[in-house]
Design a protein around this ligand. Structure first.
Ligand SMILES: Cc1cc2nc3c(=O)[nH]c(=O)nc-3n(C[C@H](O)[C@H](O)[C@H](O)COP(=O)(O)OP(=O)(O)OC[C@H]3O[C@@H](n4cnc5c(N)ncnc54)[C@H](O)[C@@H]3O)c2cc1C
Ligand code: FES
Length: 278
């Protein structure tokens, strides 16, 4: 089922969010264009935290997380930052254009293990993208004993997923940090980085978090993981979403090799104590 041949997907619509970042809504196209019922049901089994490869014809492919995993009609979404050739080309597209997609790939967040636990989710910048569907799923199923989100952005303009965080903060504690310190004075917004407010966030947990999900810049994730372990959180309770340059996404080309593992097939989510090449 993990074909190297992309399936056709239509760009349904999009909207800008933050700086140089855009939400894209895709729909897998059914036969006769290419996506058989079998493929569709495979995509419908996507786990939160998995990723897909998106092809811009004649330009290339790049991996992206699902902010919404495919529904029964093959609709799914991603939050994409403009970086280089592939992403810049994506920002030039109009609704209705057809792209190629492969996937879903990799190991997602351990949602079964998270069930009925005290969960702390921390995202930095565009790194919040792989956490969106996990937070939504936990809230929808209400299967946590505590769920707290910390989101860090460099500036107010760079903040993204505002409607989502607004919606979540009515249901769970959401702490927003802004690195340049220009906060709006609201009580869930703090100057600095997620690391700066971590001690006070941990104080709100009666007992230690039982699961921590981290996504964002590696330096941020690594320093937070080290802090949490020193604080007493089990290394086996901490999961990170790791990004590496990828080509095949199926463990054959070696581009994403990390010591003894491949980020594409052994990741992109890794448990902190099992993460190669820290
Ligand atoms: C599993 C996974 C999930 C991802 N999810 C998202 C997502 O949800 N949203 C999003 O915007 N991006 C995501 N990315 C990153 C995204 O794939 C890259 O930004 C993309 O490859 C850029 O392609 P490009 O052709 O536009 O830029 P390129 O020309 O390939 O690169 C532009 C710049 O980005 C750097 N770069 C490219 N890819 C990576 C990478 N994987 N790690 C570190 N630096 C890189 C290059 O070195 C270069 O400096 C994810 C990556 C992985 C591996
Ligand atoms: S991208 Fe080819 S081995 Fe991971």
């Amino acid at each position: 089922m993990h074909s190297l041949t992309p399936l056709p997907a239509e760009l349904v619509d999009f909207y800008d969010d933050g700086e140089h970042t855009r939400h894209f809504h895709f729909r897998l196209l059914e036969e006769p264009l290419g996506t058989s019922r079998e493929h569709l049901s495979h995509w419908q089994q996507t786990q939160t935290g998995q990723f897909f490869m998106l092809t811009v014809p004649s330009l290339g492919e790049a991996p992206f997380s699902f902010t919404e995993v495919p529904d029964e009609n093959g609709h799914f979404r991603a939050l994409i930052r403009r970086m280089g050739a592939v992403t810049s080309a994506l920002f030039e597209l109009e609704a209705g254009q057809v792209l190629g997609v492969r996937g879903p790939f990799g190991i997602g967040w351990p949602m079964d293990e998270i069930s009925n636990k005290r969960v702390l989710a921390i995202g930095g910048g565009c790194g919040l993208a792989p956490l969106v569907s996990a937070v939504d799923q936990l809230i929808e199923r209400q299967n946590y004993t505590q769920l707290t989100l910390v989101y860090g952005a460099r500036t107010r303009q760079a903040q993204m997923l505002n409607p989502e965080r607004e919606r979540w903060q009515h249901i769970i504690p959401v702490y927003n940090t802004i690195e340049d310190g220009l906060t709006n004075g609201r009580d869930n917004e703090y100057p600095g980085t997620p690391s700066d407010i971590l001690p006070s966030v941990l104080d709100t947990f009666g007992e230690l978090p039982e699961v921590v999900l981290l996504a964002g810049p590696e330096a941020m994730m690594y320093s937070i993981a080290e802090y949490l372990v020193a604080y007493g959180v089990s290394a086996q309770a901490i999961y990170l979403s790791i990004e590496r340059r990828m080509h095949c996404a199926v463990g054959t080309c070696g581009h994403c090799y990390m010591d003894s593992q491949y980020a594409c097939t052994d990741g992109p989510t890794f448990r902190w104590d099992q993460l190669p090449s820290k």
